[in-house]
Design a protein around this ligand. Structure first.
Ligand SMILES: *Cc1c(COP(=O)(O)O)cnc(C)c1O
Length: 377
């Protein structure tokens, strides 16, 4: 069976783990610092902090912007539960707006109509590592004095107009879960552009204490100063991730090669209007986080999943729109018309894509897909 995903592994992870095991293995050891500096240096972020997950980075963001019960947060419904839950646990009401069918990202032109006097933040999700239209989103945010929290879980190494995703809004959040392009098993990072959040971010991440200031010698003992939790990962996990960050270009190039091969091979049936292929907006560079095709409808997609499985290929659909889930009905509201969120999510099917996927394997998948549609028409 050709797997849908295999966690990235470059080969030096164990060596780095061995080094880490001889140092401080709790949080904020040498490898955590190396990872933070790597993000700051490569992505031009003024402050990056490794976290235990992207979910936790989003939770930190919700605390940092001081979300209170009744506040409203605007986001797409086509996303992972954590995008919403991070704000819901602070008492926010989630306001869902429709996506654009070409990128599956929030439709930037629908945001303004969803703003009320309770709106506090916009949370763009860069689906498949493809940028949202950030210039529009940032200008709406500044017009209405709203924060922008980027869910860049899938967007590590992607960019928009030359800026790394996750470094454009006030705060950006990355994921290093095993399904993402770079992994430490479970993990994430928070990137802080708005400097007023930096000091408090360190405190929240360190259980609400000023331990970071203590370590830097800025205070002579550390105490409880704020709310917080344990959002810093073990240095062992950081070491594992750092091995992959050192090879980030190689991983990125390898994934892009696979993505481009899928695209080239499937172009023919896309041109005939049988399937739809992913698209990337102008002035954006993606990281080949995902390759998907869109079928005509859910029935055709179910058939394709089965046909691929019969041919030893795993594929996967993706999010059930949050507004249609039971918690989504309770904590959120879809504003405007659901023109694309539900229908497009039912059409979408993700194909195997991971670091090290072989050319022959991709050609096998594309051959099987073409066969499925030829058999049907
Ligand atoms: C993976 C993912 C998350 C959650 O990341 P974790 O690190 O597993 O918490 C959040 N948002 C999106 C869009 C994701 O793809």
């Amino acid at each position: 069976m050709l797997k849908f995903n295999i966690a990235p592994f470059v080969g030096t992870e164990i060596e780095y783990l061995q080094v880490a095991s001889k140092n401080q293995i709790c949080g904020d050891g040498p490898f955590t610092k190396k990872c933070n500096e790597w993000f700051e240096g490569n992505f031009g972020s003024p402050k990056a902090l490794l976290t235990t997950s992207c979910t936790h980075a989003l939770e930190m963001a919700a605390i940092l912007i001081d979300i209170k019960p009744g506040d409203e947060v605007i986001m797409p419904s086509y996303t992972f539960v954590s995008t919403a839950n991070a704000f819901v646990i602070r008492g926010a009401k989630i306001v869902f707006v429709d996506i654009r069918p070409d990128t599956m990202n929030i439709d930037e032109n629908l945001i303004e109509a969803a703003i009320t006097d309770r709106t506090r933040a916009i949370v763009p999700v860069h689906y498949a590592g493809v940028a949202c239209e950030m210039d529009t989103i940032m200008s709406i945010a500044s017009k209405y004095n709203l924060y922008v929290i980027e869910d860049a879980a899938q967007g590590v190494m992607s960019s928009y107009k030359g800026k790394a995703l996750g470094t454009i809004g006030d705060i950006g959040c990355f994921s290093f879960h095993e399904t993402k392009n770079y992994s430490m098993g479970e993990g994430g990072a928070i990137l802080i552009q708005n400097s007023k959040f930096v000091e408090r971010a360190e405190i929240i991440r360190e259980k609400g204490t000023d331990r970071s200031r203590f370590i830097r010698g800025q205070v002579d003992k550390y105490t409880w100063v704020d709310i917080g939790s344990s959002y810093l990962p073990s240095d062992l996990n950081a070491a594992y991730l750092y091995a992959q960050l050192k090879e980030a270009d190689m991983i990125n190039q390898n994934r892009l090669k696979s993505w481009n091969l899928y695209f080239e091979e499937l172009k023919v049936i896309a041109q005939e209007g049988i399937i739809t292929l992913p698209s990337v907006i102008d002035n954006a560079e993606h990281n080949a986080h995902m390759f998907y095709v869109k079928c005509k409808n859910i029935e055709e997609r179910t058939g394709l999943i089965e046909f691929l499985r019969d041919n030893e290929i795993q594929s996967a659909f993706h999010y059930i729109p949050l507004h249609s889930a039971s918690a989504g009905e309770k904590f959120g509201e879809f504003v405007g018309e659901d023109v694309y969120t539900t229908t497009e999510s039912e059409r979408l099917l993700r194909l195997p894509l991971y670091y090290g996927l072989k050319k022959e394997e991709i050609l096998h998948v594309t051959r099987v897909i073409k066969e499925y549609f030829n058999l049907k028409i």
